[in-house]
Design a protein around this ligand. Structure first.
Ligand code: SF4
Length: 132
């Protein structure tokens, strides 16, 4: 199944602003109706890679959900303690390190599965291999 990313209408790697499609939603439709593969075409024809190829590179959804939950709890604790927000310079610095990293793919980290534009902004975030 195709996913959309890095087109002008989809910067989130999950959701297309033009067709409102989400590859997770599409997958659930395929499963529900027992259709082996539903091929929705991108209105812009920007099909980059198959979901199976792409998702194989990242941790499974359960692991990512647990990790996200922990990060949000840690973040909330830091906010409650008055820890200041991550400066935009620091966010750019982190993203620059990620962009040069071999684990960086489609805006995400292959090790934690996180969207780095989001993760780099969290006070509690750390690179899983200590690069920042
Ligand atoms: S968080 Fe660390 S391992 Fe992941 S992409 Fe960034 S630098 Fe690489």
């Amino acid at each position: 199944m195709a996913i959309f990313f890095d087109s002008e209408v989809c910067k989130s790697q999950r959701h297309c602003d033009l067709c409102r499609g989400s590859h997770l939603y599409r997958k659930s439709i395929s499963n529900k109706f027992e259709v082996p593969e539903v091929d929705f075409e991108c209105p812009l024809g920007k099909l980059i890679e198959s979901e199976s190829d792409s998702e194989r590179d990242f941790p499974d959804y359960k692991t990512m959900a647990r990790s996200l939950g922990n990060s949000l709890v840690e973040e909330a604790n830091k906010v409650m303690k008055g820890v200041p927000a991550v400066s935009s310079d620091k966010v750019c610095e982190r993203l620059e390190v990620c962009r040069k990293c071999p684990n960086f793919k489609g805006g995400r980290c292959r090790l934690c599965g996180c969207n780095m534009r989001f993760k780099a902004r969290l006070r509690s975030s750390k690179c899983p291999i200590g690069r920042w």
